[in-house]
Structures are given as structure tokens and as C-alpha cells.
Design a protein around this ligand. Structure first.
Ligand SMILES: [Zn+2]
Length: 233
């Protein structure tokens, strides 16, 4: 046994990896979630529908082609807490690992077929500097790992959007208007773009991204993917 793997075993004896949802110690072959919690993910399974609840929420003037969300996001639910943790507790790997899991489930159904490029919803540079990473970019990287589709940083946030949690939907929509900008429209011409975010709540942020792209690249096709999709009940 090499020193490195001995050390790794030793460390995991003291600080074993635990399931993100139920805190039980993970066994060999389990990652992020135990098998039980993995099976119990409140999956949306909406990615095969031509017009799903996700499309409905994102109905605006930019048409959305495909739409997928990994699981339903209920407040205070342990699965929702994983996304919060990936975002605020300096756990970018968690967002990445969940995206890999998600990608593996939608790939066999052909969800990635025809998509040319993945664009994460950008954070304003100041926010990203403070947080150290952009969780949507980690999700994009995870989906890219599974699909082989490149991640692109063509979309930028030109101003910071205030936190969304305490706003009504009209306020949220106003708040996310004209935030995003495409840096190099030519690069996206005729491309099928997958925009990626952590959670879809009102859909205002993703719609704002889609509108920003569509305004300067009307030939682009836009699809959407997120880890969480909120449900009020
Ligand atoms: Zn578990």
C-alpha cells in the first residue's frame, strides 16, 4: 500500500465521507449520496416532455427548446440544502458532482443531442470574486464532463442582481432585466445553447439570459437545465 493511499484511508477513518442528505457514512462506490438517498431523489423526469412545467414557467418571448431539471426543490428539504450548501458553504465540488449524476441520467434519453455549447448563468465578477467560484459554472462543468459539450463564458453579468429570496415575481423580473450581455455574438450564431442554472424558481434569471442571447443572436436555439426546480407545495 502506497503512503498516499494509506494516508487517504487514515484520513477517511477520522473524517469519513458522509451522505449529503442523511449523514450516514458512505461505503465504497458511493459518492455524495448513499444508495438509499440516491434512489429517493425527488426527480422531476421532465426532460423528455416537449412542453413541460419548466417550459410553462419559462414562457416568454424567447422560445425554449429542451428543458430539464434534476429534482424538485422543496424549501427545507435535505436535497434543496445540498444546492444551498454548494452555493454558500464553499462547496463547488458538490454542485459539480450533482451535475455529473444528473447528466448521466438525461444523456441516455438523448437530451444532449444537437447541443453545441453550455453557458452557465454568470455571476457578476464582484460576487464571484467574493464567493471564489460560480456554482452554475460548476454545474456546467459537470454536464460537460458527461456530455463532452464545451462550456463557454460568452455570457457575462454586467451588473449585480440583488438577492431574489424576498422579492415578489414582478420585482424579480424587473430585477433581472438587462443584467446579462453576450460578449461575442458571432461565436453563438446558429448554435444550440444549453443555459445552466442551479435552481429555477420564477425562471426570471434564465429568461433574462435567454432574452439577452436571443436579442443579439436570433439564430441561436436555446435549451435550459437546472439542478433544482421549485414547487410551492
Ligand atoms: Zn443518505
Amino acid at each position: 500500500m502506497g503512503v498516499k493511499s494509506w494516508l487517504k484511508d487514515f484520513v477517511s477513518l477520522i473524517f469519513p465521507d458522509v451522505c449529503e442528505v442523511c449523514d450516514t457514512t458512505l461505503v465504497h462506490g458511493e459518492k455524495t449520496l448513499c444508495l438509499h438517498c440516491f434512489a429517493d431523489i425527488p426527480r422531476t423526469n421532465l426532460h423528455n416532455q416537449v412542453f413541460s412545467e419548466i417550459h410553462k414557467r419559462l414562457a416568454g418571448h424567447t422560445p425554449i427548446c429542451k428543458a430539464a431539471s434534476f429534482f424538485y426543490y422543496y424549501k427545507e428539504n435535505a436535497y434543496a440544502r445540498m444546492i444551498q450548501s454548494a452555493k454558500y458553504n464553499n462547496r463547488p465540488m458538490l454542485a459539480y458532482n450533482l451535475a455529473v449524476m444528473f447528466g448521466r441520467e438525461i444523456k441516455p434519453d438523448g437530451f444532449f443531442d444537437g447541443i453545441d455549447v453550455i453557458l452557465p448563468v454568470p455571476l457578476h465578477w464582484f460576487k464571484e470574486l467574493r464567493r471564489g467560484y460560480n456554482q452554475s459554472e460548476e454545474i456546467a462543468k459537470g454536464l460537460s464532463e458527461v456530455s463532452g459539450i464545451p462550456v463557454c463564458d460568452n455570457l457575462v453579468a454586467i451588473r449585480s442582481h440583488a438577492t431574489q429570496t424576498r422579492r415578489g415575481s414582478f420585482e424579480r423580473w424587473m430585477n433581472t432585466r438587462d443584467i446579462f450581455n453576450v460578449e461575442d455574438p458571432e461565436e453563438l450564431e446558429d448554435k444550440h445553447i444549453l443555459i445552466v442554472d442551479d435552481v429555477i424558481t420564477t425562471g426570471a434569471t434564465l429568461l433574462s439570459c435567454a432574452d439577452a442571447i436571443h436579442a443579439v443572436v436570433p439564430t441561436a436555439t436555446i435549451s435550459i437545465a437546472s439542478l433544482g426546480f421549485t414547487r410551492s407545495n
